[in-house]
Ligand binder design. Structure first.
Ligand SMILES: [Zn+2]
Length: 273
């Protein structure tokens, strides 16, 4: 039923659904809200690239705006496991790149791991986790949580203070990375960072840094950009240029981002700090 409706609407493998498309799918399938999202999870799982675990995970972030953002896990053969992007991170990062301010629910095909629970805590807003068999508030899945409030941060991952980085350049790709750096979330390190990838077909794919109070579950700008590349049906070999813009801080995204890019692309990462 879902498959037929998606085919009729020509939205097979489309990683973001508009409110109108969600309504049309609800009408076509008789499924509403989270039940429809659960039925769409196989679409998200199909976007997974998991050469290490062969364990495909799909997630959908349902934003207040009515848009639904698909995400899927992404693993990197030949690199340390900590570079992996989890499906929940992929979906939430996807919503962040569209400047969503609030996510109502994250629908996911398997119970979120501790890493993802901590990542979602950084939203600093109530969020429902919908699984095939049950629905929980994040606060139920992560009681006694440590989060932004413990470090004196009021806002969350989706509502960062805009940055003020400037660069006198009319290089379109550099400007795209700079814009992402200014929209990034780095309240602990102040290491604003954004990535822009130029593809051979003219498209520009971006990523931004989403930091975490517990540090390790944060998502690097290159991780998010490569997750976007995967969701948008691109391949690393389609990348013709890559730029990282970051603010000078006590930490840097550059070594990790360069290593991550080098694992799948011959393009050298340009670095503007
Ligand atoms: Zn996870």
């Amino acid at each position: 039923m879902i498959q037929i409706a998606l085919q009729q609407m020509s939205i097979i493998a489309q990683p973001r659904l508009t409110p109108e498309q969600v309504k049309a799918l609800e009408h076509a399938t008789g499924l509403a809200g989270a039940r429809l999202a659960l039925a769409l999870l196989p679409q998200a799982r199909q976007l997974s690239l998991a050469p290490v675990s062969n364990f495909a995970v799909g997630a959908i972030a349902m934003a207040d705006s009515g848009y639904w953002y698909l995400g899927a896990n992404l693993e990197f053969a030949g690199l340390a496991l900590h570079y992996s992007v989890h499906a929940e991170q992929s979906a939430i990062g996807h919503a962040a790149l569209h400047n969503e301010q609030h996510i109502q629910a994250v629908v996911v095909s398997a119970s979120p791991c501790g890493h993802c629970r901590q990542f979602m805590q950084e939203l600093n807003q109530p969020v429902t986790i919908t699984l095939p068999e049950a629905e929980h508030a994040l606060s139920e899945l992560l009681p006694y949580a440590f989060g932004p409030a413990d470090l004196g941060i009021d806002g969350g991952m989706l509502s960062p203070e805009p940055g003020t980085l400037h660069h006198a350049s009319d290089d379109t790709l550099l400007k795209a990375a700079l814009q992402q750096a200014n929209l990034s979330y780095a309240p602990y390190s102040h290491n604003r960072a954004g990535v822009a990838l130029q593809l051979a077909d003219g498209r520009i794919i971006t990523g931004r840094y989403l930091e975490n109070a517990a540090f390790n579950p944060g998502l690097g700008p290159m991780q998010l950009a490569l997750s976007q590349l995967q969701l948008q049906g691109g391949q690393p070999e389609h990348i013709t240029r890559a730029v990282l813009v970051e603010s000078a801080a006590g930490i840097s995204q550059y070594p990790g981002a360069a290593q991550l890019l080098a694992a799948s692309s011959a393009v050298t990462l340009e670095h503007v700090s």
